[in-house]
Design a protein around this ligand. Sequence first.
Ligand code: PXL
Length: 264
Amino acid sequence: MTNRAYVIAGSEATGGAGIQADLKAFQELGVYGVGTITCIVSFDPKNGWGHRFVPVDPGVITDQIEAATSCHDLDVVKIGMLGTPDTIDVVSEALQRQTWRHVVLDPVLICKGQEPGAALDTDKALTAQILPLATVITPNHFEARTLSGMESLETVDDLIEAARRIHELGPKHVVVKGGTELPGPDAVDVYFDGEEATVLSGPKIGEERVSGAGCTFAAAITAELAKGAAVGDAVRTAKTMVRGGIEQRLSTHAPFASVVPIAP
Ligand code: PXL
């Protein structure tokens, strides 16, 4: 296991999403994972599993990044949940201290249980400071609508148009995930590489939302890129992995199941 992959993301205390899912996916795909924690999310079982969110002190985030990047030669990084404008400031600054072969951005705007628009300043900072550094971005339906400025995404052509618009914001490779939100029997993703749009589709596995699927998808892309895969191939492997992970999902005492990252 000589390839190393890096993730800067939040901790999610149930183990289903966040950096816990990322590091499992890295391990499954045979890369050595290095992680920096930006924030701690603990769903509250006494309060409808609502979000409890604590940001890590920006200085401590900087220290973690310093330790990770000084200890290892890292050239592929996944960015997951950042959570506050202060965190975005320090992560953006740290990313610009070295060159990266790939920065994979999972633009986590809100998590399950959060109100849309709850964090508008964070969304704006992410778009202004992190998006231009990303080489690959993996927005879900909601994030694609927000980032593209499109009112609704109902068809595959809408997903393609959203991917084109997000591409114009900086990232060379855009994967828009239709997920369960797009009407129809299939889960459809669109991969746009700046020239060509490729539609990746497979039957939906129920309509239930599964925690950690998006995290695992971007983490799997990151791991494959760390091993030297081309972006299109990495995206296809990630889709297969998430599909298997949803099929084998873990039911929990929370109102959502957890994806189980398993190498395809
Ligand atoms: O699934 C998005 C996500 C990412 N990262 C963390 C989270 C969540 C959703 O709950 O808590 C830390």
